[in-house]
Write a new protein. Sequence first.
Length: 141
Amino acid sequence: MPSYDPDNIFAKILRGEFPAYKVYEDDRTLAFLDIMPQAPGHTLVVPKTAARNVLDVEPDDLAYLIKVTQKIAKAAMTVFAADGLNVFQFNEPAAGQSVFHLHFHVIPRKQGIALRPPASFKEDPAVLADQAAKLAAALKG
Ligand code: AMP
């Protein structure tokens, strides 16, 4: 497996070098909206440590990341009035990984509505800003 590349886009977001629609942050994790959501509310949860994916992350960091992912998932169910929710995570290109900093996808689902294919739709920035504010508020409350 290739080593971690510190110039990946999520590392740049973590360093504040690239903007993101942030919804939650603590000392070990950051969550922000996917700019090409497969459904409204599609959120990515990343560790602040340099991990390429689940194959090289420290187990304690992974355990903490899934705790935060659950927190985001519960809030997203309410904020996006979801009927269900997917948590996805991909490792290496053969498995669909395209950004090489570990992340969990949290995707609220509505009954009977299919997911958009990955990277098939770029959401309006105003919509993302509004959704991020609502999810961030729910996560604070
Ligand atoms: P994966 O295929 O699991 O590596 O997913 C990477 C995800 O990152 C995709 O769903 C992309 O839409 C998303 N993505 C790529 N660049 C950005 C970005 N700058 N901000 C937010 N999401 C992004």
